[in-house]
Design a protein around this ligand. Structure first.
Ligand code: ZN
Ligand code: ZN
Ligand code: ZN
Length: 286
């Protein structure tokens, strides 16, 4: 498997739109790995992971051709992960294909389906996926897991005390994905807080090859539920190794960073022993 990180930032990007904080001013000057576009990735050139507002820039920067992509896995409807207006350009007035072109299938939750339902195109299709129910995507076995994300403000979350999985305390069913093929496996866990007990049970013993964890908060230790930072990433790594979801060969990646808790690349890497800190354009083969 080859995973290419096209974008590695949270919703505002790094430097953030309109922001004049110290880190964003530093990032604008430093350039290179300190510049992060909104999160998204590509697996083996075939499966697009999320389709956020910087997807078009990723296509240009990396010499990709999205007309050849026929499978997109959407994690949730936050604007950094799903840009419906851009996906809608796969329609006859915006794009041209030869006769018989198959649709691009967008996989996601009920909330993703609701957002895509206003787009009508013969070259677009939607397929609903549900946590813990594997589907075949391009010959890969793809299983959605329940993310601890999109927490409802109206109904404060009770996890981890009595979290019961889907819907409870969540405004939307956010998911992340386990992708398996030919004895190789990838866990792309964006966006989510520390995993639910049901996720941990499902992943136990799988010895996953690459695990990519949400590190939105970076160096900060925040109370709210929905994202992780370096402290939670280190703790999750230990928990995943303890239950056999990972072992000594597993590549751990920290990804999806907000400018609010960010450090210069090398300092962040020092805070995350045992992890690769993702940067835009980073490709990992495993
Ligand atoms: Zn996000
Ligand atoms: Zn900033
Ligand atoms: Zn999100």
């Amino acid at each position: 498997m080859k995973l290419t990180y096209l974008g590695t930032a949270a919703a505002e990007g790094v430097p953030a739109l309109f922001c004049r904080c110290d880190f964003c001013r530093y990032a604008r000057k430093a350039g290179g790995r300190e510049i992060r576009t909104r999160a998204g990735a590509l697996l083996d050139g075939k499966i697009k992971l999320d389709f956020g507002p910087d997807s078009y820039k990723h296509e240009l920067d990396h010499g990709l051709d999205y007309s050849e992509i026929h499978s997109v896995l959407i994690t949730h409807t936050h604007e950094d992960h799903l840009d419906v207006d851009d996906i809608a350009h796969r329609r006859p007035t915006s794009a041209h294909f030869p006769e018989g072109e198959p649709p691009m299938i967008v996989y996601g939750s009920e909330a993703v389906e609701a957002m895509l339902s206003r787009v009508r195109s013969p070259w677009l299709a939607f397929r609903r996926v549900k946590p813990f129910e594997p589907v075949d995507v391009e010959g890969y076995r793809v299983t959605a897991l329940e993310a601890v994300h999109c927490m409802s403000r109206a109904e404060p979350p009770t996890w981890p005390v009595v979290f019961e999985g889907v819907a409870r305390g969540r405004a939307e069913e956010a998911m992340f994905y386990l992708i398996e093929k030919d004895g190789k496996s990838l866990l792309y866990a964006h966006d989510t807080d520390e995993f639910t007990p049901a996720d941990m049970d499902f992943l136990a013993g799988r010895k996953i090859d690459l695990i990519s964890l949400d590190c939105t908060n970076g160096r900060l230790e925040l109370e709210y539920i929905g994202h992780m930072g370096a402290t939670e990433n280190r703790r999750m790594r230990e928990k995943l190794i303890a239950n056999g979801a990972a072992d000594g060969h597993t590549i751990f990646v920290a990804n999806h960073f907000s400018h609010n808790g960010l450090l210069p690349y090398d300092e962040l890497q020092a805070l995350l022993p045992g992890f690769l800190v993702a940067y835009d354009g980073m490709a990992v083969e495993f």
